[in-house]
Design a protein around this ligand. Structure first.
Ligand code: DGJ
Length: 710
């Protein structure tokens, strides 16, 4: 067997040391110039015996275990009734499946466990890692803890950015200095969760958006998860991410195997922007590739904040008229259309049109929507049931629960046990029937509660089973209806991850349509997801959730940088606001391809403002958004230093949003928007010398357009 395995792209080099009992990541970073052998790299890290320690502390392998004598958090903990608890794998086979992928096979013959670790480095510089564990013994194996992979990372790393949040304020970035000990995150919500997004950025000190070395990690999984970023006693750094198991949840019978979710990681030596770009490119080329990518993403009109449960056919017809007039391309009928669903206390589970509201079914509305040139989409929450529903009255045993305990209700609903085949069958039939009966092109698949008591009908913990059953159901529906697009929604952004994204097309980022809060939510989201999957809607003047009041120009200016939509009663908006909205929709349509395919750059523009840009891959055209969020003490705003342009190219610069922007005294805007004399300057000048920003009220979204000039 070879001693070292190398996976490389133009920007990334990964070297695995295979000399020990288990492979370990020896180097992950930029390609190394000059002469060096793998042996010399290994020798550079020769460690001496530390006082009062073992003569040779265990390596941080990709799966360190207690049997190795490892004193950090093991990456696999399992046992058979208390025996075979230590595990000690021996690497037995290396399958180099391509120049950029490898499979390591290891065995613990004594314990009867096989380990298969698959790694591949994609051209977008994403390293994907997955572990498969097989029980080769004749007695069951109970896995208490398992990570998709464990990596030894460089000692220059100094801080962790993790993603905290709550309902209506997801993806909040939280920076913590690394410390001796274990920085860990556990998610036990049973879904990806608002509170603990399964991702982290680990970076060296003073890393900015565009400078510094950083690693990004994301676990593509929609159930419980854990991660550990652990600085060991001797200073080495071990990072592992994986699924989190509840007691007894993962028991492998003889011959059974467990496949971990995939851990996605990337390295950048050019700050966090490059990480985001790598993740975006990977999503575009590998996760969304086979889905509805050919056509532009249609502008949504969603009925939720316009109507809530108060469905009224006439009103919906007027909303459809108003939406089409203003430029919407898809009309999504949200919660409230099905049997008994006049509020959130009843109806979930009974997926039949409520004929007291829609006497002739949904066809008249759908025909109206289609006649107006829009597609029709429908809201569903298939995994849930209200106790007050026909379904629950008939099948009270179809829900997850811990039978001896008092049932926890959340939003008046219970969770259906998808691990029961008859439940899957029921849901498939309901949805399949709707999709066959009606011309539905889009499903908003919602999921509005955590899994507090996730016990199945056999009395076992079942978050893993529930998550894989959901994936199966989605997969089956997609195969039966490949042209129907699906949105992953869970009370907003409670289920955003690459596991669900591989089976859906869009993510509802947050229930908050407050454009100011959205800037921060979208900033966190954009670390791992590209703008085209980021549902982002224009809400009402007074945000229903935060009460903040914002101009249409701000609401629309923020929403147009994602997969744009409207979620507002258009019949109540003023003529002036509708004109502004219509202009923003036109702007989005004009630059939709750029926004949905370009490279995303955040700009370090200081406290109290938000600045980012999207630049096409050839660096010919760009949009930059700058929003001052607070009044400053300085009399004038600062200078904006653009990012990501080609220094050698010349660009024509203009301010394109807000329409007819005017400021108190003559400003740069008069210069750059001069019709007679287009403002042309080099990428270098824009980046190194910068642009003096004009005075603007807080929360004004300023959008600059840059176009290369020959
Ligand atoms: C939560 C979602 O995030 C909202 O957009 C809306 O669809 C409601 N559920 C409907 O109940």
């Amino acid at each position: 067997m070879t001693n070292y395995i190398t996976l490389a792209t133009q920007n990334t080099l990964c070297i695995f040391d295979c000399r020990g009992v288990q492979p370990s990541l020896m180097y992950w970073g930029a390609p190394l110039a000059g002469e060096h052998s793998e042996e010399s790299l290994a020798r550079l890290h020769t460690r001496q015996e530390a006082p009062a320690c073992a003569s040779d502390e265990a390596t941080i392998s990709m799966c360190p275990t207690l049997g190795n004598g490892y004193l950090g958090k093991p990456a696999l903990e399992a046992h058979r009734h208390g025996k075979h608890w230590s595990l000690n794998f021996q690497l037995t086979r290396i399958e180099k499946t391509s120049s950029q992928s490898v499979i390591f096979v290891s065995e613990d013959r004594h314990a009867g466990v096989e380990l298969r670790q698959t790694l591949s480095l994609d051209n977008s510089d994403l390293l994907s890692a997955q572990t498969e564990i097989t029980n080769t013994h004749n007695e069951p194996l109970c896995i208490d803890h398992s990570s998709a992979a464990c990596f030894a990372l460089p000692a220059y790393l100094a801080e962790v950015i993790a993603f905290d949040g709550r309902w209506a304020n997801e993806f909040q970035m939280q920076t913590t200095p690394l410390f001796r000990g274990n920085y860990s995150q556990e998610n036990r919500h049973g879904r990806t969760s608002h509170h603990a997004f399964p991702a982290a950025i680990i970076q060296e000190k003073n890393t900015t958006e565009s400078q510094g070395r950083a690693f990004g990690f994301h676990l593509g999984w929609s159930g419980n998860h854990q991660f550990h970023i652990e600085t060991l006693a001797d200073g080495r750094l071990a990072v592992q991410f994986g699924e989190l198991f509840l007691p007894g949840e993962m028991i492998l019978q003889s011959g059974q195997r467990y496949q971990s979710p995939t851990l996605f990681g990337s390295f950048s030596k050019m700050g966090r922007n490059r990480l985001a770009q790598n993740f975006h490119q990977f999503v575009r080329s590998k996760i969304l590739a086979n889905q509805q990518q050919e056509k532009p993403r249609p502008i949504h009109f969603n009925t939720w904040e316009a109507q809530y449960f108060d469905h009224d056919a006439n009103k919906l017809f007027s909303l459809a008229d108003a939406a089409a007039t203003i430029g919407a391309e898809r009309f999504v009928l949200d919660d409230g259309w099905f049997l008994g669903r006049r509020h959130d206390r009843s109806g979930l589970g009974d997926w039949h049109v409520d004929t007291s509201i829609y006497p002739d079914g949904l066809s008249p509305l759908i025909t109206h929507v289609e006649t107006l040139g829009m597609e029709f989409g429908l809201w569903l929450e298939p995994e849930m049931v209200n106790p007050d529903s026909e379904l629950y009255r008939k099948h009270p045993d179809w829900v997850l629960g811990c039978h001896e305990s008092k049932t926890v209700l959340a939003r008046n609903q219970l969770v259906l046990n998808l691990t029961r085949p008859e439940v899957q069958e029921y849901l498939f039939d309901c949805i399949d029937t709707l999709l066959r009966e009606y011309s539905i092109r889009y499903l908003k698949w919602d999921m509005n509660r955590d899994l507090h008591q996730p016990g199945d009908h056999n009395g076992h913990a079942a978050v893993h089973g529930q998550t894989t059953a959901l994936y199966q159901l989605l997969n089956r529906l997609r195969q039966a209806h490949p042209r129907v697009e699906i949105e992953s929604c869970a009370s907003g952004g409670g289920r955003a991850d690459y596991g669900i994204l591989a089976l859906t097309d869009r993510i509802w980022t947050s229930d908050s349509n407050d454009a100011v809060d959205r800037l921060n939510i979208q900033k966190g989201f954009s670390c791992f997801f590209p703008p085209e999957v980021m549902g982002s809607h224009v809400g009402p003047h007074r945000c229903h959730i935060t009460g903040r009041q914002l101009d249409m120009s701000t609401r629309a200016g923020v929403a147009l940088f994602g997969h744009m939509g409207l979620e507002v009663d258009l019949t109540l908006e003023s003529k002036a606001d509708l004109e502004t909205l219509s202009a923003a929709i036109n702007l989005h349509k004009k630059y939709r391809t750029l926004i949905h395919s370009g490279d995303y750059f955040r700009v370090d523009s200081g406290e109290g403002c938000d600045t980012f840009g999207i630049i096409d891959r050839r660096k010919n055209e760009a949009l930059f958004s700058h929003t001052p969020l607070q009044s400053k003490t300085a009399t004038l705003p600062s200078v904006l230093f653009f990012e990501g342009l080609n220094s050698d190219k010349s660009y024509r610069l203009s301010l394109i949003w807000p329409e007819n922007f005017s400021t108190t005294t003559a400003s740069i805007v008069d210069e750059i928007n001069s019709i007679e004399q287009p403002f042309i300057t080099s990428g270098a000048a824009l980046q190194e010398h910068g642009l003096q920003l004009p005075l603007a009220h807080p929360n004004t979204v300023l959008i600059f357009h840059l176009l290369e000039q020959d």
